[in-house]
Design a protein around this ligand. Structure first.
Ligand SMILES: Nc1nc2c(c(=O)[nH]1)N[C@H]1C(S)=C(S)[C@@H](COP(=O)(O)O)O[C@H]1N2
Ligand SMILES: [Mo]
Length: 254
């Protein structure tokens, strides 16, 4: 067995050990009409596609408390200089709402208390930024899958877009992922870093963790989650702020 095959096997068996999450992730994909076609075409002859779906559902490496970085850097926008956001900070984000909208059966507007009352997942993972730094942190939040299930994704939904409260020169930050990453068991909307409420610099009160992707995909300061069929009408059409402004790859898998 060559190194790649060995790594792949380890990844897959690691994923299988996290069985609850992985299996329910796969169940969710199976039930999603948008993905049934992909899965059906993966069955039978097309093993390459099947394997790549398996690899994409594999878990990112998780670390232990002993591995935590002493401080977790804040990068990109690290605060929001508006009276509205500063009032939210002063009020402990009690009136923050995160919307779930777009191609869903039941649009939602959730408070932090409602999000904290849902089943939670904690994970210690390494964040890798394209600018050349990494940090290990413990993230706690609600699996995105549960939020999407609660809202009821419509058949036509193919991408999940994240809307953020911060901007660069007037352009709000936004990002997007496909349904494989959206249903991945380690994809969570986090409200805690290292067992404390998410610090402002790291995207308070809510930020995405999408552990198989590079840092810029991890949208901070989330105000809305929007299910869409196409990315064409989002920003300039490449699916994210840095994708549109600086030609970063939309698929930033690691
Ligand atoms: N809303 C928003 N999300 C964002 C950014 C940002 O500037 N605004 N920067 C991205 C980049 S490039 C990285 S590396 C991470 C940094 O997360 P951190 O501040 O917790 O280190 O957030 C990402 N998500
Ligand atoms: Mo980054």
């Amino acid at each position: 067995m060559n190194g790649n095959a060995l790594t792949r096997r380890k990844l897959l068996s690691g994923a299988a050990l996290g069985a609850g999450g992985l299996l329910s992730g796969c169940d969710a994909l199976n039930k999603s009409p948008a993905f049934r076609g992909v899965l059906e075409s993966a069955e039978g002859a097309n093993m390459a596609l099947h394997r790549s779906l398996g690899e994409r559902m594999a878990l990112a490496r998780e670390f232990t408390e002993a591995d935590l970085s002493r401080s977790f850097r804040g990068n990109g926008n690290r605060d929001i200089d508006t009276p509205e956001y500063q009032a939210m900070v002063a009020g402990d984000f009690a009136s923050w709402r995160m919307e779930i909208k777009g191609l869903v059966n039941t649009p939602l507007s959730l408070s932090l208390d409602q999000i904290r009352a849902m089943p939670q997942r904690a994970q210690i993972t390494r964040h890798d930024c394209v600018e050349g730094w990494s940090a290990i942190g413990k993230w706690t939040g609600v699996p995105l899958k549960l939020l999407l299930d609660q809202a009821g994704l419509q058949d036509s939904a193919k991408y999940i877009v994240f809307r953020c409260a911060d901007d660069f020169s007037g352009t709000p930050y936004y990002e997007s992922i496909d349904l494989v990453d959206a249903y991945h068991p380690q994809t969570i909307i986090a409200h805690q870093l290292n067992d404390e409420s998410l610090p402002v610099k790291n995207g308070a009160p809510l930020r995405l963790r999408v552990e198989r992707q590079l840092g810029y995909k991890h949208a901070k300061f989330i105000t809305a989650i929007e299910a869409v069929e196409s990315l064409a009408s989002i920003g300039k059409g490449k699916g994210g702020y840095w994708e549109d402004s600086n030609n970063y790859e939309w698929y930033a898998g690691i």
